[in-house]
Design a protein around this ligand. Structure first.
Ligand code: OSB
Ligand code: MG
Length: 382
């Protein structure tokens, strides 16, 4: 195969504007229903938001970290610390985003903190230019096919009912959470109700290599993939498992960077990558990983962190990029929140696609009265 030229990210030549004001706002929004996974059950979305003001323009960004370290080691607390004490001091008006990325590179890890600033800056730059974020990223508008992530339920019947609702909405694929004790029979219940559904399972690292025989039972159900079956910190064991499974392995928690993706590909640890822009350090890194996956014949898709309308919009714009070959976890706002802090909410069209919010930047409007209603902390940094 002929090597393609490296991915072009022209927006990295854009200039960091002088910021007049920076606020960190923490919001807490109730979920319409608890979201259960093998690692934790969340009942609220607590998110750290950043608000940037420059030359009369305002742009928001959302940190995808949770307040707890149960899915990922970064938390809203660590992100606040890294943003305030290490990343914002590196922001110098007039430098390029490429230079900023180099400076951020000195701070090891902490991708969710880095992504928060990068997202807000790109949103701000796009707003100042009057263009949508996807256009700033160099990508044409597209119809984004939507997938849904369904949390653990009390009974298989409750799970099947949730899947029925998702199918009625015409989601392009359904992801169901699994864990030890809620797996084979639960997948079987969904599969027997929906023989042709594009279905996948996410274990959030609940299994070990001792469970290979057990996981092989899932091969009977024609799943699109099994997401992160083994430890959040492993790549090599997944390569052993993938050789023993017909079902494609998808890595989520294990992939923090293009280098991790290279390692996983080299070891044959997965055939699919879940790219969460926050987990990998921002939109530029997410686009590099998606392109890498495409170059190596892997599928990739945008994961979600049950974001508010701000982060949800970022994920929608990202999915216009090359390499996002499968439907992402960008479900309707109503799947999580009765009322969101941004407008319009994400609503599927009759064919299960999400529209790109129209307008400059993210295209969504952050509603000040909703921010006031849901804010549990506000810190003015400048
Ligand atoms: O493992 O993909 C995951 C939500 C929070 C933390 C981890 C995960 C998830 C989801 C939901 O699966 C994705 C979404 O709907 O935003
Ligand atoms: Mg996952």
């Amino acid at each position: 195969m002929e090597a393609r030229p490296p991915i072009k990210l022209p927006f990295l030549e854009d200039i960091v504007p002088a910021l007049d004001r920076i606020d960190l706002v923490t919001v807490r929004l109730p979920f319409v229903a608890p979201f259960g996974t093998s690692v934790y059950t969340w009942t609220v979305k607590e998110a750290l938001l950043i608000k940037l003001e420059a030359g009369g323009n305002t742009a928001w960004g959302e940190c995808v970290a949770d307040p707890d370290p149960f899915y990922f080691h970064e938390t809203t607390g660590t992100a606040r610390h890294i943003i305030k004490d290490f990343l914002l001091p590196l922001l110098e008006p007039g430098i390029t985003l490429a230079e900023l990325e180099t400076r951020f590179g000195r701070v090891r890890g902490n991708g969710m903190a880095k992504a928060t600033i990068e997202n807000a800056l790109l949103n701000l730059i796009a707003i100042a230019r009057g263009i949508p974020l996807h256009a700033l990223l160099g990508r044409p508008a597209a119809r984004i096919p939507s997938g849904i992530s369904i949390g653990l339920k009390e009974t298989p019947a409750a799970l099947v009912a949730a899947v029925e609702a998702a199918v009625a909405k015409r989601y392009h694929r359904v992801k169901m959470k699994i864990m030890k004790g809620k797996d084979v029979e639960w997948v079987e219940a969904v599969r027997s109700r929906f023989p042709d559904l594009r279905l996948m399972a996410d274990a959030n690292g609940d299994y070990t290599l001792d469970d290979i025989r057990h996981l092989q039972r899932l091969d009977a159900f024609d799943l699109m993939m099994i997401e992160q079956p083994l430890s959040y910190s492993d790549i090599r064991q997944h390569s052993i498992l993938q050789k023993e499974l017909r079902t494609a392995v998808c890595l989520d928690e294990s992939i923090h960077s293009p280098a991790d993706a290279e390692t996983a590909i080299a070891l044959g640890a997965c055939r699919i990558i879940n790219i969460k822009q926050g987990r990998v350090g921002g939109l530029a890194e997410a686009m590099r990983i998606a392109r890498l996956a495409a170059d190596r014949g892997l599928d990739a898709w945008s994961g979600g962190m049950d974001e508010t309308g701000i982060g949800r919009a970022v994920n929608i714009h990202l999915q216009t990029a090359e390499g996002f070959s499968l439907p992402g976890d960008t479900s309707e706002t109503a799947n999580y929140f009765e009322e969101d802090i941004a407008s319009p909410p994400v609503v599927l069209d009759p064919d299960g696609f999400v529209p790109i919010p129209p307008g400059p930047g993210l295209g969504v409007v952050v509603l000040p009265e909703r921010i006031v209603k849901y804010a549990i902390g506000w810190e003015r940094l400048r």
